[in-house]
Design a protein around this ligand. Sequence first.
Ligand SMILES: [Zn+2]
Ligand SMILES: [Zn+2]
Length: 235
Amino acid sequence: MSHTPSSVLRTRPTHTVEDYLMTMQAMERDHGEIIAARLAEMLNVSPATVAMTLKRMERDNWITGTGRKAVQLTETGRAAAHSVIRRHMLTEWLLVSVLKVPLSETHNEAHNIEHAISPQVEERMREILGNPQTCPHGNPFPGCEQVTSQWTPLTELPMGAAVTIRRIHEFAEDNSELLKFLVENGIVPGAQITLMDILHFNQTLTVMVASESVTLGFSSARFIFAEKSEKNQLS
Ligand SMILES: [Zn+2]
Ligand SMILES: [Zn+2]
């Protein structure tokens, strides 16, 4: 990356723009493009608000392509996105490991803190927290995407699969009701589960976690990723 931390800091975006950049980076990472119309739904704001913010973001050189179906991050925009994502994820770890804030609350709490962290404090956090490669929900730090590449969405697993939950995707993290439900039912990174039932007509699947059964809709389950447990694998 050709950007020095000082050039990013000098032009640090507003909180709103930083939150847009985070969501855009995840869309670009997963789908290769940033569909403007989906941002309103993802960020839970009106399409008119998105349109206005995108215009400002293009004026300030974070993105290009406003008014077209897909927008692009500029090099500066992508560097700024990576910076705020790192701060967000390190803040989540600080909240979970040091302050013992429940996993269901760390995402929203982190949004209140992440925007104010200097590069010096970010560096210190990284050292103290042991240079993590994913956030506590299992989402990869920018540049660590290969860590998550072997994990499979629950919707793509066969009936009877015994797996370990590894990741609750950013798009599920952003839904605080869903995140609370998952945490309360023990569907968190590290949990061992077995896939009991898949009802295609109903768009639901049921998993056993700690001898309790939990039913999830496909629309949520596709954002939960698991790793096949080596020893329990069905052949
Ligand atoms: Zn935020
Ligand atoms: Zn997270």
